[in-house]
Structure formats: C-alpha cells, structure tokens
Design a protein around this ligand. Structure first.
Ligand SMILES: [Zn+2]
Length: 584
C-alpha cells in the first residue's frame, strides 16, 4: 500500500483528472488486437491477449480458471480456450500474472504447454504460489519465472515492452501491468481497488496520476463491482471492526474467510498480537498461503502466536480465536465440519461467536444459509457482512472505477472481468467521466477480437475460439459434449437401467427383465409403469429375435428409443435409459 494520500476532488492532481486525450502520433498501418479469451462472460478464468501488428508479437496477461456450476456437473475447473494462442505460440513474448488468485493463475499448470511455455513475469508472492501449485503437476513443463516489481521496465521485442505499477487488492503483491507499444500503453490494473482512510482521503493513487501523464492508448478495467454504488469499504475499517468484536467477545471466536484473503488474515494475526490472544489457522490452502507469505517475509508473526488446533483446549476460551476456511459452506472445509459438529477438535457452544468475513459468491446462497442454520443450532452467535462491516471487497466499486479511468486518461476503454451486464455498466461509468462512446468497446463474448488502429476501435466479425476447455480429474479438455449431456441428464431426470436375459437360440426373453432406477421414479409406487415397460421389452425382443444370430445392439437401440419415448409420454421426464442385454 502506498503511503501518499490525496483528497478526491482537491489536492495537486485534481485539476488534471479527466479530460485531455493523448495524441496518437505515429499510427500508420500499425494495429493492436486485444482479445479476452476468458473472463468476459463470467467471473473467473481471466486471460487476455495483447497482439501487436505488423510484428505479430503477443503479451498474454493472466491464465486463470473458473470453478464449475450446475451446467458443468462433475467438472473440476473450466479454463480459457488457448487455441488462438497455440497457433501463434512462437510469437508469445511474455505471460504476465497480475496476482496469486486462482482466477488469474489457476490455468498455468494446464495451459503452459499449449502456449509454448513462455517466460512468466510476476511478483514474488505470485511466483511462490504458482510454484507451490506446480508441485502437484510433476509432468508439467519447467517454468521460467522472472520476478518483477512496480516501476520495473522490460523490453520484450523490437516493439513491445512491459511496465508495472502498484495497486491494492485483497492479496499482497498484486500488480498493475502496462504493455508498451509504439501506439501507446495498454493498461491492465488487474483486480484493484482504491483504498481510503477514515476521513475519506484516498490512499495510493499517486502512481495512477503519474501514469495518467503518459500516452495511454487503452485501459482494460475490471467490472466485478461496477454495479455497486460509491466506494468499497476499506480493509482498515474491516480490521478495526474485527478488533472491536475480538475485544468484546467472552466466548471463543471463529472467523470464516477465504484462503486467498491473505491480507486480512495477516491483519487478524496482528490484532491477536495486540490483544494478547493466540490464533489457530484451520484449512489446508489457508495454511499453505500463510506459510508462503511468511517464508517471503511478507509478515513476521511473533513467536508462538500461531498454535495448532490440537492445542485449543490448553487456553482459556477468550484467549484464542480460530480463522478457518469454509465461509461459502464448502462441504469439507473446516467451518462446515464445525457447523456439522464433525470437527475433531472444535465444538461450539452458547456464547461462541462465528464471524463470516466474506461476501456470498453468487450460487452459494443455499450452502451459506445451511451453514448459518447449523452454526446457530450449535448455539453460536453469527456476525456476517450484512450486519457489520467485517468484509471488504478487493474490487473497485463504481466511484473507484470512475476515478481510475479519470486518472489514467486512456483514449480507448475496454471493460473486462464480469458478466456482460457488469461490463456494460462499467462502460457507462467510463462514458460518464468523458470517454467518448466511439472509443469504448465492450467485449460481446470470450474470444471477441477488438482491434485498435488509426481509425479507432472496433470489434471484428471474426472470433478467436472460446469454447469451454474443462479439467475433469487429470484430463484437460477431453470432456466431450456427450459426457456433459449425460451428466446433465442424470442430474435432472435420473437413470433407468433394464437388464434383460435373451435366449439367443430361441430369440426370446428369458424370465422378466430386471429394472433398476435412480433419481427417476419410486419404483414401488410405479408398478403399472413397470409392467408396461416389461411388456414393451418383450415385444422388442420378439421383433428382433427373428434374426439369426440375434442382433443385440439393435435390441439395445430399440429399447433405449422406445422405452425412452414411453417413459417421457407417461412421466414427462427423460431419464437416461441404459439397456443391458445378456445373451445365453
Ligand atoms: Zn483477485
């Protein structure tokens, strides 16, 4: 965090905010393509291509992943589609990683090979997190990572260079990127917010103001919180409020937050030092992240401040607090085990306080409701972000976004990161601070090719491939559409298995076919339905049984089709029909 403080709307730089457009100078036949390969139809799997012509040199910014949703059951992760880059991999001059969150670095182990293993430029903590994760992929190519910090300049090719500037996010060592081109700078702050202190003074904006003096061609600005009015809560406010709660509580305190919220966890450990309490960290990824930060010297906890969860019984209840994962109601995370009374060492009781220091990620509402129910059944008092300022987003709210745009004074504006509506809202914010409409390009979808040349900015008709690339177990991208369709079908309408024994000599069915169903209908209550199904199967076998030898695959096809249609007619549902025909 920078120490310089400027009041918004006054101070030495205020007069220069907003307004002037940098001259474009030598824009002849040169052009730049900006292609978001992921992150503009979702929150997650961020990856952006900056390509300069005539040279064709490329800088890739971020390689994130996205967690699956109800449309992709059984999938571990979704990745940006690297096909556009794969074709041009000998032109990739750099992969820049803006910070250590998985929606920015999670794709690295899976995508580097397709990208031709370019040199990675990133900060110290992000590098350590990437390398830690890479340990789980012994067959992935060896990564060449060069450390950068704000102010560092790198020449990549005849035309392209990189620069970096300080930004504030919820993880330390996050950095803003400048791709320097002969046409001007392409600026990507990444995930960023503007901090402010109690009196409303903005903290850490000097670098933006200085950068605003340069020739900035385009700003790629995140849209995660573009719909939120005003300014985000500052991390300082959050820590003050947490400290108050810690001070007052008599029972034990359990704080649930994201493992990636390193900054806040470190601040909580500092609070514990001040209040003379011990801290338990419970959650694998949280421990790993803290250990890495400690090794890099990003924080230096006092000796013995961190204790293991096994030692919880050795201290008075008001002398400890636990920080754990699972604030989204994740099934196996520590907080969920505590809520379900299944934790090996922590049992809640009346008088304990659980602080959910995180927001609700869309899609997790039900799980979180469930979590809160179970925690309060144990007698705990729950404090969440809607009742107290105990969580701050790491992403700029609308006023901050406007301010960043005003300070950087780009000629062109491209909103990134978020669903279309969020991007559009961010574009409207840019419009409201003076970026002309014709200079704004909202990516319509992942793979949109946005081109900037002497005539201005436009989106090409042509698109880069952007279909889902999925990680399923150890395989990447091999989850065919048909597998996904099957999983959706199973999830929606269940499965209906028919086991029929067929006498291959006589061409008729032996006995009555067995029927097993899961997630479709309760069989005991559907005897009429089953009787009809058995009758149809007998008929099918009789029809097909005329042939010698009998054609089993034909029998199976007909069963699948006719039983499928019959079940739909009767129940309006389409379970997966799985015929098993045994010949003897
Ligand atoms: Zn982030």
């Amino acid at each position: 965090m920078a120490e310089l403080v400027y009041a918004y709307g006054s101070g030495p730089y205020a007069a220069r905010l907003g307004g002037s457009t940098p001259p474009l100078g030598t824009m002849t036949n040169n052009k730049i393509r900006i292609i978001p390969l992921g992150g503009v139809e979702e929150i997650g799997r961020n990856m952006t291509v900056v390509e300069y012509f005539p040279d064709g040199d490329i800088v890739v910014i971020d390689a994130g992943l996205q967690f699956p949703d109800e449309n992709t059951p059984g999938i571990d992760y979704i990745l940006p589609n690297p096909a556009y880059l794969e074709k041009r991999k000998n032109k990739i001059r750099a992969l820049v990683l803006s910070h250590g969150h998985l929606d920015h670095i999670g794709g690295v182990p899976y995508l580097m090979k397709q990208l031709g293993n370019p040199i990675i430029y990133t900060t110290r903590l992000t590098k350590a997190m990437v390398l830690k994760r890479q340990e789980e992929f012994p067959n992935a190519p060896h990564l060449e990572i060069r450390e950068i910090q704000s102010g560092k300049q790198i020449k990549l090719s005849r035309a392209l260079g990189l620069g970096f500037f300080e930004i504030t996010h919820s993880i330390p060592d996050a950095i803003g990127t400048i791709v320097k081109t002969p046409l001007g700078n392409i600026i990507y702050p990444g995930d960023a917010k503007i901090e402010h202190d109690k009196s409303g003074k903005l903290i850490g904006i000097k670098q933006y103001v200085e950068l605003g003096e340069k020739k900035n061609l385009a700003l790629l600005l995140e849209s995660t919180n573009s719909e939120k009015a005003g300014f985000s809560i500052s991390e300082e406010t959050v820590s003050k409020n947490l400290e108050q709660i810690f001070k007052k509580a008599n029972g034990r305190i359990i704080v649930g937050t994201f493992a990636s919220q390193i900054e806040r966890i470190v601040r909580m450990i500092e609070i514990a030092e001040r209040l003379n309490k011990k801290v338990i960290i419970d959650g694998f990824s949280m421990k790993v992240n803290l250990e890495i930060s400690k090794q890099l010297g990003l924080f230096r906890p006092k000796k013995d401040i961190l204790i293991s969860v096994k030692e919880i019984g050795n201290y008075p209840e008001n002398k400890i607090f636990a920080v754990c994962t699972g604030s989204q109601g994740e099934e196996y995370a520590a907080l969920m085990r505590i809520a379900g009374n299944k934790h090996a060492h922590i049992r809640l009781h009346e008088g304990d306080t659980v602080i959910l220091s995180s927001s609700i990620i869309p899609g997790n509402e039900k799980n979180i409701q469930n979590l809160k129910d179970n925690l309060s059944r144990q007698g705990a008092k729950i404090i969440h972000y809607e009742v107290a300022d105990i969580h701050a987003s790491g992403h700029a709210y609308s006023e901050e976004l406007k301010l960043i745009t005003q300070m950087l004074k780009p000629k062109f504006f491209i909103p990134v990161h978020g669903y279309y509506f969020m991007l559009k809202t961010n574009a409207d914010l840019a419009l409201s601070v003076g970026i002309p409409k014709k200079n704004i390009a909202v990516p319509q979808n992942n793979g949109a090719i946005i081109e900037i040349d002497k005539n201005g900015i436009k989106t090409l008709k042509e698109k880069a491939p952007a279909s889902y690339v999925m990680v399923d177990g150890l395989g990447v991208g091999d989850v065919k559409e048909i597998v996904m369709r099957d999983r959706q079908m199973l999830a929606q309408d269940g499965i209906f298995v028919i086991i029929a024994a067929v006498d291959s000599q006589k061409g008729e069915i032996k006995g009555s076919p067995d029927i097993i169903s899961r997630g479709f209908v309760y069989l005991k209550e559907s005897q009429d339905l089953l009787k009809s199904v058995r009758y149809i199967i007998k008929e099918i076998v009789k029809e097909c049984g005329q042939m010698h030898p009998i054609n089993v695959s034909l029998i199976k096809d007909r069963i699948r089709e006719r039983i499928g249609n019959f079940l739909f007619k009767k129940t309006k549902r389409r379970p997966m029909v799985l015929p098993v025909v045994i010949e003897f």
